[in-house]
Design a protein around this ligand. Structure first.
Ligand SMILES: C[S@@+](CC[C@H](N)C(=O)[O-])C[C@H]1O[C@@H](n2cnc3c(N)ncnc32)[C@H](O)[C@@H]1O
Length: 199
């Protein structure tokens, strides 16, 4: 079931977003350097996701991030723009040119140098790869079925401090899985994110 009510974090973040200018809008950086299509292909759309991501980064200040679901590279680029982030492993099942276009166009060389992209042929390979990686924070934005999200979460949950899910509330499989978990914080249908904290 897709949730329809607005989560309390909406009321926490949105007024702050309206009150203070985002440090530097990464969404603006993408549109200014490339074009809007690159922005529309990533989780920085719609509404106020960048503020939410900023807040989550400020809370955990991760050094090593694992991202599942690279697509056109927007979220990996956002993470790389954070000073405390030293390395990002990003995994996809499809090898594409677009993330490289985006990273080369939008990022400074030291930011680009933090991103290590992987392309896997199946979930077995992905699980083995994740088992060999070191990370303290994970962003799950890959296969958006219930089974897909569950598989990715099982691969990462014992290896990091927190897992951020994208497409909560907008995708039934993701939403159903998240609604079953106990220690989810800051559920947000408005921002399409949900956060699991390893307690
Ligand atoms: C919504 S997009 C990711 C968007 C990206 N995180 C961003 O915000 O810029 C989802 C991506 O997951 C990939 N994907 C699909 N199935 C996957 C799987 N089983 N494991 C990893 N990635 C998968 C797709 O190829 C697609 O590129």
């Amino acid at each position: 079931m897709i949730k329809t009510e607005v989560g309390p974090d909406y009321f926490y973040y949105v007024p702050r977003f309206l009150r203070y200018k985002a440090r530097a809008s990464f969404a603006g950086r993408i549109v200014g350097t490339l074009n809007r299509e690159y922005l529309e292909k990533c989780c920085l759309m719609p509404r106020y996701p960048e503020t939410y991501l900023e807040a989550v980064m400020d809370r955990f200040r991760p050094k090593k991030i694992l991202e599942i679901g690279t697509y056109w590279g927007g979220s990996a680029a956002f993470f790389s723009s954070r000073k405390h982030v030293k390395q990002i492993h990003t995994i996809d099942v499809i090898e594409r040119e677009e993330p490289h276009n985006l990273w080369n166009a939008v990022l400074e060389p030291e930011e680009r140098g933090k991103i290590i992209d992987h392309w896997v042929i199946d979930d077995k390979t992905k699980k083995e790869l994740i088992g060999a990686l070191d990370f303290d924070f994970c962003f799950i934005d890959g296969l958006h079925t219930y089974e897909g999200v569950k598989f990715d979460f099982e691969c990462v949950k014992d290896k990091c401090d927190a897992v951020l899910f994208h497409d909560f509330g907008t995708n039934e499989g993701v939403t159903d899985f998240i609604n079953e978990q106990d220690n989810i914080e800051w559920q947000s249908i408005e921002l399409s994110f949900a956060l699991w904290v390893n307690k």
